[in-house]
Design a protein around this ligand. Sequence first.
Ligand code: T5A
Length: 207
Amino acid sequence: MSRGKFITFEGGEGVGKTTNVAFVESYLQARNISLVVTREPGGTKLAEKLRALLLDKKSEAIAEEAELLLMFAARAQHIKHVIEPALARGDWVICDRFTDATYAYQGGGRNMKISHIEWLENLVQGNLRPDLTVLLDAPVKIGMERAGKRGAFDRFESETVQFFEDVRRAYLLQAEINPQRIKLIKANQPLADVQQTIINVLSPLLR
Ligand code: T5A
C-alpha cells in the first residue's frame, strides 16, 4: 500500500477554502480515492476544544506565545491521531489550513519570530510536509465581505485590516519560498474558474 497524499488549503479569511475543500472531496471521491477531510485548528476531540478556545472572542486576552503553542498543540494531536494514520493506510488527507497558516497569522499577523515557528514545525511534524498546498489569494476586502455574510466574526476575524494585509503578505512570501509545493490561485475570479485551476494543479498527483 503506497502512502496517501497530503493536500492543504490556505488563504486569508473568506477566500473560499471550505467551499473548495468540499469541491475537491467530491472530485477525488468520484475517482475512487479514499480520503479524509479535516481542518486546523481542529480535527480531533482535543484539537477541536483548543480551536474553540482559540476562536472565542470572549476569552481573556491570549498571549501571542500561548496562541502559537496552542496551534501547535492542536496540530500535534491532529498529526498523531488523524493525519499520519490516514496517510500510512494509503488515504489522502485534505486539510483546511495547516502550518502555512501559522507562518501567515502568527508570523505575519502577530509578527512572531519565524525561527520559533520553524523550531516548533520541526518538533511537531518531523519530516511531515504537505505534498501540495492550494493557496487561495484575494484582496483582503473581498475575503472579509464574503466572510461577513456568514454571521458574527470570531476572535481572528475581528482583527484589523492591517493584520489581514500582513497575513496576506506572509502567505505570498510562503508561496515564493516554496514554489514547488504551494500553488497560488486567484480567488477573486468566478468559482468555476477557481475550481478548474484547482483540478489543473491536482492532476500531477493523480498520475
Ligand atoms: N489560524 C489557523 C491561525 O491563526 N494559525 C494557524 O496555524 C491556523 C491553522 C481558523 C482561524 O484560525 C486561524 C486562522 C483563522 O482565522 P477558519 O474557520 O479555518 O478559522 O478560517 P476562515 O478563513 O475563518 O474560514 P472561512 O470559512 O471564513 O473562509 P473560507 O473557508 O476561506 O471561505 P468559504 O469557503 O467559507 O467561502 C466564504 C463565502 O464566499 C463564497 C462562498 O460561497 C461563501 O459564501 N465564495 C465565493 N464567492 C464568489 N466567488 C468565489 N470564487 C467564491 N469562493 C467562495
